[in-house]
Write a protein that binds this ligand. Sequence first.
Ligand SMILES: Nc1nc2c(c(=O)[nH]1)N[C@H]1C(S)=C(S)[C@@H](COP(=O)(O)O)O[C@H]1N2
Ligand SMILES: [Mo]
Length: 153
Amino acid sequence: MLAGAVLLDGDVRMRGSISVADLRSLPQHDVEVSFVCRTSGIRRHRFTGPLLVEVLQAAEPDFDPAERKDRLRFLVSVLGRDGHHAVLSWGEIDPEFAGVEAVLGTTMDGAVLGERGPHLAVPGDRCGGRQISGITEIRICSDDMLWTRGQRV
Ligand SMILES: Nc1nc2c(c(=O)[nH]1)N[C@H]1C(S)=C(S)[C@@H](COP(=O)(O)O)O[C@H]1N2
Ligand SMILES: [Mo]
């Protein structure tokens, strides 16, 4: 896999590696995020890149085509090179629902991220935990396993 590429896996038809060039071929968005980290205070960064939802849509998630709201059962987990990962819900990033403009940044504060890998920018998050740097992998799945793990206690 090329340095800086992201592996897309899970419940999508087009699993595989997305290069930085692929990310740059999609419409580019410009977002500014500012968040508070308990250890280092207020942080502010500007990112450009495609919307996360458009990258995922291009990979054709396994939504039931006959049921428009089936997509609301899907979860997206974003993993950084250091092992940090966090989840967004499909409804959160879908423009027909909450429409949070989460971006897979290929530049940060004007500098190309290149082989460091893209950076997730989640406007509106108050803390930094989902502003994930050095992304290596994104997985998407339905909530099926939440409902098949046996009875509630
Ligand atoms: N890959 C990765 N990204 C991460 C983290 C991490 O541990 N690993 N920590 C998050 C947290 S908790 C914060 S506050 C911000 C810090 O961003 P900064 O480097 O701009 O201060 O990075 C976020 N992104
Ligand atoms: Mo943080």
